[in-house]
Design a protein around this ligand. Structure first.
Ligand code: BGC
Ligand code: BGC
Length: 846
């Protein structure tokens, strides 16, 4: 097999261009780090690897290729098994605390390092371990870090120098916490914005992704061939998810059906510049290409990715890491055993919680020859090569490294200024009728909408927790500025005044209103949606309409992880700004909305859409200039000087939308967009949770994500008993459930049988302010009597729950409550024709 071992040479031109444009912004003045002494010649590196390999035991080698998650191993286990690397997934803060201060992350880095470096009993030298994390828009798992706009916004800037500087700032913040490796950048070329990871993508077009990919990798790792490469202020980067994760038709972990030519032209576009910048690692995608899971696809994962010019391959020379138990999805494999994936070219299994049986299975497979020793040595060689390139053998304990513990560099003023500039450049002006923008700052400005003063919402998913949003509050963002905060700063300085009013109501009439609204945070499959229609039950629309009717001009600021069908909202606003997910520097928005005090332009809009904006609920056809499904084409973005007038847009959906015959209440990929789940207890206010974990006020009911087929595609609810506690799902609109013969159909698994009566049902929409309607419930205890059990489907016919007339307007399509103890896993809830085990209900008056 072809294996390139030479260190790539870099054209001097690229290097000097980089120095001229990027270097001034790369390091804040406070950061000065010694350069790496010298770059080892490729032959020296390979000789050193030979020597290391010759001295490693089989156990030591296998430990290099299995990567556990910090939530699932102890320090003692690190010493016992010596994992070659480990990760912290999106919900894996130190000691299980996602809000842990940065000091604890660094202390944990030391603890793991020490545990890995305990001398071996047999005298063999320990191999340094390395720690990986998802720093996708800044060092986003760390409280107090700078959060930059998500990639969709960076794509709109069309500014690779900015992106390179963001990579460099992110690397510095990661180095402060003693972490070695980031699982970024995502190089997906997302062709259908219904995918929940659209915001991780720079653009729907390969050339924009390609222009950002090399810049981000260079920012994170440094310039190859220079002494700065992987120096102390740099981290190992990952190009992910290989290959064609963005081509699955909007489905997470789906299948991309494409010709080999399109795979290369569209989906490989970002990998070419990333590999040219010597990206050290590539992550295999969960998804498939033409029906073959990438985790088992040797043709792409090895032959194409690593092949040289001869087979028109990409010439990658680093290591391939798997995705979260992704090997388990290869036919014939399980999460705890998968020789096929390793033989196809996976060098490191990401085995967050499956590492222990996987170590044993992989050892047995090497012993039996199912995995050859040569293949194992090859993977370990690649891993050691990355470790040597990153200087891990010389770097010492994490806290002893030059930037470690310099916590003042997290959200330093330089990094915040850079993020604020990125926000300015990323905003796309979609409508500016009557040239309302830029606004005079010296006026009375009303700020409305639930995104106005909400840093969690403006930051999106992968923010402190995996899903972001949820329970995060202001105090979890100590150094951030909300959009409202930025507006106050600008307007006050100019002598104007502001009022914050979530619903837009006012006593003194404002001169202008800014309404900030949009999607609530989500990540991965939890963000998959069936249509691009934005709905918040016309809440923001009504707010804007009331303001317009009162004669107040309205600026809409839309926060979203993708372009959406928002024609009604665009119609009702005078100006409309697509802000995507700007991150912690909300001040960048005021910078763009307001003129200077003297009326001059403060900052010109320069953002251009990196995704076509839809003119209906279905995604536009790409690469067709006159698709009626496109409202604003790729590349669109107004400037102040454009005297464009956006006329009245069609507000009704074209026919053929998903009907309500089957209503998904809770899918394997979470709730429908903007729906909420509540946990309630008798006598205390209900707690809304938008992610999959939480607990009721006194902890009588605890919910957490568990795996059924995919990670966290199910919820485990545990009732402690003693107090009546309830889970409810609230929709954004009222649903007509009066169609005959429908049922609440639930996929569930009884983990511990109920000790009391369990009631299941729905709650009708409220009949008026302050009047709380009663839930309509049926006794479902009989359906849960067999436990502990396996997954099955149960149905509760709606006629067991209430009369048809009462089901005409329901806004809470699922309620379950008990005062007893019960532990129940739930993966899917829908209103549909009954299937599975059905509840027999007494005949009721119709
Ligand atoms: C995601 C990856 C991520 C990994 C580790 C997976 O679910 O697909 O993008 O790097 O988890 O958190
Ligand atoms: C995410 C991880 C997260 C995990 C939770 C994965 O898909 O990428 O970061 O912690 O799911 O089970």
């Amino acid at each position: 097999m072809l294996e390139l071992t030479a260190v790539r040479c870099f054209p001097l031109l690229a290097l000097s261009a980089f120095l001229a444009t990027g270097s001034a912004t790369l390091l804040s003045p406070m950061v000065s780090v010694p350069a790496r002494a010298q770059i080892a010649a490729a032959s020296d590196v390979e000789a050193r690897i030979d020597a290391l390999l010759a001295n490693m035991s089989l156990d030591q080698k296998i430990a290099q290729v299995v990567q556990p998650d910090t939530a699932s191993f102890s320090l003692a286990e690190m010493t016992e098994y010596r994992f070659g690397s480990y990760l912290s997934g999106g919900n894996s803060g130190p000691g299980g605390d996602e809000l842990a201060p940065p000091e604890r992350w660094l202390a944990l880095a030391d603890a793991h390092w020490d545990a890995a470096m305990v001398p071996h009993a047999d005298g063999r030298p320990p191999i340094p371990t390395m720690w990986a994390i998802d720093a996708l828009h800044g060092h986003n798992n760390i409280v107090g870090a700078t959060l930059f706009p998500h990639n969709i916004g960076l794509g709109a800037t069309r500014d690779p120098d900015l992106v390179r500087a963001i990579g460099a700032a992110t690397a510095i913040e990661i180095a402060v916490t003693g972490i070695d490796w980031t699982f970024a950048p995502t190089l997906a070329v997302v062709r259908d914005a219904r995918w929940g990871r659209t915001y991780e993508s720079y653009a729907e077009q390969p050339d924009v992704v390609a222009s950002m990919a090399g810049a981000m990798v260079e920012g994170l790792q440094g310039t190859p061939g220079t002494s700065a490469f992987l120096g102390p202020d740099k981290v190992i980067a990952t190009a992910k998810h290989f290959l064609a994760d963005g081509g699955t038709g909007g489905k997470d972990q789906g299948d991309t059906v494409a010709s080999e030519a399109d795979l290369r032209r569209i989906h490989a576009a970002g990998y070419i510049p990333a590999i040219a910048r010597d990206v050290q690692t590539v992550m295999a995608s969960f998804s498939s290409v033409n029906g073959v899971k990438l985790h088992g696809d040797k043709a792409h994962l090895t032959d194409y990715l690593r092949g040289g010019a001869g087979i028109n391959g990409l010439g990658f020379n680093g290591l391939v890491v798997g995705d979260w138990n992704g090997h388990g999805q290869v036919p014939g494999c399980s999460v705890s055993s998968c020789a096929a994936s390793f033989n196809a070219g996976l060098d490191i299994f990401m085995a967050p919680d499956s590492w222990k049986p996987l170590l044993a299975a992989t050892t047995a497979q090497v012993k039996s020859g199912e995995i050859s020793m040569a293949r194992l040595d090859q993977a370990v060689r690649r891993i050691l090569r990355v470790k040597l390139a990153a200087g891990l053998f010389d770097k010492g304990r994490p806290s002893s490294r030059p930037l470690a513990g310099r916590f003042e560099l997290l959200a330093s003023s330089d990094h915040r200024a850079l993020a604020r500039r990125a926000v300015r450049e990323s905003l796309v002006l979609l409508k500016n009728n009557g040239n309302l923008l830029p606004l005079k700052p010296k006026q009375r400005v009303l700020v409305a909408g639930d995104g106005a003063d909400n840093v969690a919402m403006q930051s999106g998913g992968w923010t402190i927790s995996w899903q972001g949003g949820g329970d995060l509050t202001k105090t979890d963002f100590p150094r951030a500025q909300s959009i409202y905060g930025g507006i106050v700063e600008t307007v006050k300085a100019a002598g104007g005044s502001t009022m914050l009013s979530a619903d837009g109501s006012f006593t003194a009439k404002p001169d202008v209103a800014i309404v900030v609204f949009g999607e609530k945070p989500y990540a991965e499959f939890m963000g998959d949606i069936d249509t691009l229609e934005y709905h918040d039950d016309y809440k923001s629309y009504k707010t804007m309409q009331r303001l317009r009717t009162a004669g107040v001009p309205v600026v809409a600021v839309f926060l979203s992880g993708r372009p959406m069908w928002v024609n009604p909202e665009i119609n009702v606003a005078d100006s409309f700004v697509a802000a995507f997910l700007p991150g912690t520097e909300g001040g960048g928005i005021a910078d763009m909305l307001f003129a200077k005090a003297d009326g001059g332009i403060a900052h010109e809009f320069r953002g251009k859409l990196s995704f076509s904006w839809p003119n209906g609920p279905m995604p536009p056809k790409l690469d067709s200039s006159r698709d009626p499904g496109t409202l604003f084409p790729f590349g669109y973005g107004l400037r102040f000087a454009d005297h464009s007038n956006v006329g009245s847009l069609r507000e009704t959906a074209p026919p053929g939308r998903a009907g309500d015959a089957r209503i998904a209440v809770l899918g394997r990929s979470g709730l429908p967009a903007a729906w909420y789940m509540w946990l309630a207890e008798a006598g205390s206010p209900a707690v809304p949770i938008s992610s999959n974990a939480g607990s009721s006020p006194s902890g009588a009911l605890v919910l957490r994500g568990v795996d059924r087929d995919r990670q966290e595609d199910a919820r485990l609810a545990t009732w402690r008993g003693g107090t009546k506690a309830q889970i409810a799902v609230t929709a954004t609109r009222s649903l007509d459930l009066s169609t005959p013969d429908q049922a609440l159909v639930i996929d569930l698994r009884v983990v511990a049988k109920p000790t009391g009566k369990v009631m299941v049902g729905v709650t009708p929409a409220s009949v008026g302010m302050g009047k709380k309607p009663n839930s309509l419930l049926a006794d479902a205890t009989a359906l849960l009597a067999n436990g502990p059990g396996t997954w099955r489907t149960v149905s509760i016919p709606l006629r067991c729950i209430g009369r048809r007339a009462a089901l005409r307007a329901v806004n809470t399509p699922f309620v379950i409550e008990t005062a007893g103890r019960l532990s129940l896993a739930i993966s899917d809830i829908r209103i549909a024709r009954p299937t599975g085990l059905g509840l027999k209900c007494p005949a009721r008056p119709r």
